[in-house]
Ligand binder design. Structure first.
Ligand SMILES: *Cc1c(COP(=O)(O)O)cnc(C)c1O
Length: 392
């Protein structure tokens, strides 16, 4: 809406559409259909619809459009299309970009469902090469003239490896490939993905954007040509649209996104500093710590260490379980980005379906616990986590 506003202002005001009632809060247009004043108007709208003209909620809805416009404004893309979940967004982005015979290069340090989508693409004749994405030499070696997409999580789930968006974009663009970034862990607050060369940015809105673990949602962001062209065509016809009710919840989530994410990152940094070197830990993994392998990259790319950290307990699964069970503030659950602190044991939950060997290649040990820091009091969190480590 207003390009010279800063993020916090955009998060509250951008994209708002007011009805004739001048309501202060974003209105929830819980309607799938729209009434046309005449048959002629209906005919015209199906040929081309203006910015305030809607047809069917699977194609678009005023509340959903407010969410799309606000997200595009804060990410700095021309447009966005809201999807039913982060996975609907990732599936939509990839399906809209590739056809049989195309080649995709992707980082193997990835959320299990993202790997599943790549497996489905492979069954339809898309060749997929999985690499260790943290090393740019692997991207250079894997791309070919028929490479259509380079796809990765900018910060990997759960290992917190940071992938160099600018570096991959340079390699991808040299062969004409599109860079698709799953930016869920960075969140829009720590994203400079457009400036660094990403073409398509995807979020699971279920995470930091909701911030309260209430609804599923996702969004694909990019150029107007891509979003209102192949992406919208694919998603609107295959049913991956976001519910207007979810868009309404997510719009209110966006208002506090900057406040929450910065508080979460400050808590993560404080906890990492307070536990690093603890006798029960084999490793403390946090991009904001100087010993993280991509610390300098994380700081340049995100300006912060992020809201998640991983603690690798030296005593393996038994110690990890004792640690999880001893925490009183931090809940055991597999969501992330929530105002409430959440811990999960990837080896027995989110990444249970990978073989032990595959888990080992992406750094998921039996002792690894992923913590998504919430916005609770810092001293309370440090005491809870340190106390549980002592007990583990
Ligand atoms: C959660 C998550 C997804 C999937 O999002 P949903 O909203 O659960 O569909 C994709 N990528 C990453 C990195 C995630 O953390």
């Amino acid at each position: 809406m207003t390009k010279d506003w800063n993020t916090r202002t955009k998060l509250v005001h951008d994209g708002i559409r007011r009805s004739q009632y001048g309501e202060m809060a974003e209105a929830l247009f819980l309607t799938q259909g729209f009434v046309y004043p005449s048959a002629e108007v209906a005919e015209a709208r199906f040929i081309s619809s203006g910015p305030d003209e809607f047809i069917y909620a699977r194609y678009g809805n005023p509340t959903t459009r407010m969410f799309e416009d606000r997200m595009a404004a804060i990410e700095g893309t021309e447009d966005g299309f809201a999807c039913a979940s982060g996975m609907a967004a990732i599936n939509g982005a990839l399906m809209a970009l590739v056809k049989p015979g195309d080649h995709v290069v992707a980082a193997r340090q990835m959320f299990g469902s993202c790997l599943h989508v790549l497996k489905v693409l492979a069954t339809f004749g898309v060749e997929v090469t999985l690499i260790d994405g943290a090393d740019l030499a692997n991207w250079r070696a894997a791309v070919r003239p028929e490479t259509k997409v380079c796809f990765f999580e900018s910060v990997s789930n759960p290992g917190l490896e940071v992938i160099d968006i600018k570096g991959v974009a340079g390699i991808a663009h040299a062969v004409g490939a599109v860079v698709v970034v799953d930016n869920a862990f960075a969140s829009p607050i720590f994203s400079r993905a457009v400036a660094l060369g990403a073409d398509v940015i995807v979020y699971s809105a279920t995470k930091h954007i909701d911030g309260g673990g209430r609804v599923l949602g996702g969004i694909v962001l990019g150029t107007r040509e891509f979003i209102r062209g192949p992406l919208e065509t694919y998603v609107k016809h295959t049913g991956g649209a976001m519910s207007p009710f979810h868009a309404w919840i997510l719009l209110s989530g966006l208002q506090t996104l900057d406040l929450r994410v910065r508080a979460q990152a400050a808590n993560a940094a404080a906890v990492a500093a307070a536990v690093v070197g603890h006798a029960k830990l084999a490793r403390t993994i946090y991009p904001g710590l100087a010993d993280h392998p991509q610390h300098a990259l994380a700081m340049a790319q995100m300006g912060a260490g992020g809201t998640l950290l991983c603690l690798d307990l030296a005593g393996g699964k038994a110690a990890a379980f004792r640690f999880l069970d001893a925490m009183k503030i931090v809940s055991i659950s597999n969501n992330l980005g929530d105002a409430k602190s959440i811990a999960t044991h990837p080896a027995t939950t989110t990444h249970k379906n990978l073989s032990a060997e595959d888990r080992a290649t992406i750094g998921i040990t039996e002792g690894l616990v992923r913590i998504s820091m919430g916005i609770e009091d810092t001293a309370d969190l440090v005491a809870d986590i340190r106390g549980a480590l002592d007990a583990a």
